[in-house]
Unconditional design. Structure first.
Length: 435
């Protein structure tokens, strides 16, 4: 193939991608997955001879090792993102099967050199970061068939049997940060991610509201939409929708504190009041003395040492937002092996979960969010900041078997955000509790 130029290589690649783009609109999920298998896994007997010829030229070229992964990636994204963008279609099994194809064995030995080379390049592809990101797309799309059957018919599942890949599809608020952000040509990546996120979030909102509506009924059976036990779910709903600090809800406490902050005259005083606002939560926890051991001192130091050069400044809204973002970054730090401070902060977060439990921990994060909920823009920014840090933590722990504490946090976070910022009014949730 001495006359095979890079320009021709690109034309062949584009021809294959356009072929995938065209057939995705006319053929079923199962047919498309089978076509993908024949073309890229078998590498022989593909119905459109021109397509397999183009692929053979690509794999025999000197650019195959460096460029074929991009072609495979692009073709996968073309199908996955198209499926995600279609309303009302259950695509989770098709996405899982498509991505899992790359680890399957061909049905017959390769008789020709292009086929042999293709199969080796596909095996190499499964070791790349690009394939890892594709796996994350399949995990977000939904559990594989064998995992879906683990779930109980009522109530929460056994958290200890779950891993992050098993459950990440349950947390749409994390999708934009857990999924790859690369710009894949003709894939509509960002739009597809948003479509799936919106569908999953709306479904959870409605499922949770239906569950709470019938929570006290002995005749109507509604499935628990979380992985929490029934008792833990009821506790979370009660905490996030009802009085939690004396007679105050989290929203009441935040409103009261914002009125106090409006009167302070310096940034230093503002940080002191934020510390008191957050540390006071422990008084109402199951272990009121917990803060005296280490947490209160740790929290005070993190606030005191943040922007000390501005301590004499008059407080402004932007300073409050920066302070809240700092607290979230500190609380939700990953256990970076090369960063002692990050490891210390992560230890404090896990210790907080272990001693006061995830519902309390998420309540503390909710208190921080509510300080920044004065506008929809600020609210979205601070919620996104939390979601990005939790997504980073999920990526860190996705190969860990025992991540039940993190999964429990994520379920509580979904409940807290749904109750306080979801499609139903907060008063609708409080009325359900009192009714």
């Amino acid at each position: 193939m001495t006359s095979y130029s890079y320009n021709t290589f690109e034309l062949d690649s584009e021809y294959i991608c356009c072929h995938i783009l065209n057939i995705r609109k006319t053929e079923s999920h199962s047919t498309l997955v089978e076509r993908f298998r024949i073309l890229f896994i078998e590498g022989v007997n593909y119905p459109e001879v021109q397509v397999i010829n183009a692929l053979n030229r690509i794999v025999m070229s000197k650019w195959a090792c460096s460029e074929l992964p991009h072609l495979l990636n692009r073709c996968c994204y073309s199908l996955i993102n198209y499926w995600w963008s279609q309303p009302g279609l259950d695509q989770s099994q098709a996405v899982y099967e498509l991505v899992d194809l790359f680890k399957s064995e061909p049905s017959s030995p390769a008789r020709f050199e292009p086929t042999q080379r293709l199969r080796k390049l596909v095996r190499d592809f499964t070791q790349t970061e690009q394939y890892k990101e594709l796996q994350r797309k399949s995990w977000v799309s939904g559990s594989p068939p064998q995992t879906q059957n683990k779930s109980g018919t009522l109530g929460g599942e056994d958290l200890e049997s779950q891993s992050i890949p098993d459950v990440i599809h349950r947390y749409p608020l994390l999708y934009p940060y857990y999924l790859p952000r690369e710009n894949t040509d003709n894939s509509g990546n960002l739009q597809a991610n948003k479509c799936l996120q919106k569908k999953k979030q709306q479904q959870f909102d409605q499922d949770l509201f239906n569950y709470v509506t019938h929570m006290h009924s002995s005749t109507v059976v509604v499935k628990n939409p979380t992985l929490l036990s029934t008792d833990k779910l009821r506790t979370a709903i009660t905490k996030f929708a009802g009085p939690v600090e004396g007679y105050l809800t989290y929203q009441d406490a935040a409103k009261q504190h914002l009125e106090t902050l409006a009167q302070v005259t310096s940034y230093q005083h503002m940080k002191t009041h934020v510390y008191e606002y957050l540390s006071s939560s422990i008084v109402y926890s199951a272990n009121p003395s917990y803060g005296e051991h280490r947490f209160n001192d740790w929290l005070y130091e993190k606030l005191k040492n943040f922007l000390p050069e501005r301590d004499t400044w008059k407080p402004i809204p932007n300073l409050l937002m920066r302070t809240c973002r700092h607290l979230i970054s500190t609380l939700l730090a990953k256990p970076d092996a090369g960063d002692c401070k990050s490891r210390e902060n992560h230890f404090m977060f896990t210790d907080l979960n272990g001693n006061l439990k995830p519902t309390f921990t998420v309540g503390l994060l909710l208190k921080i969010v509510l300080l920044c909920a004065d506008t929809s823009n600020n609210l979205n920014r601070i919620k996104s900041h939390i979601a990005s840090h939790f997504a980073g933590m999920c990526r860190y722990y996705e190969s860990t078997v025992n991540a039940d504490w993190l999964i429990e946090c994520l379920d509580n976070l979904m409940i807290a955000f749904t109750v306080n910022f979801g499609r139903h009014r907060f008063s609708d949730w409080t009325n359900l509790l009192t009714g």
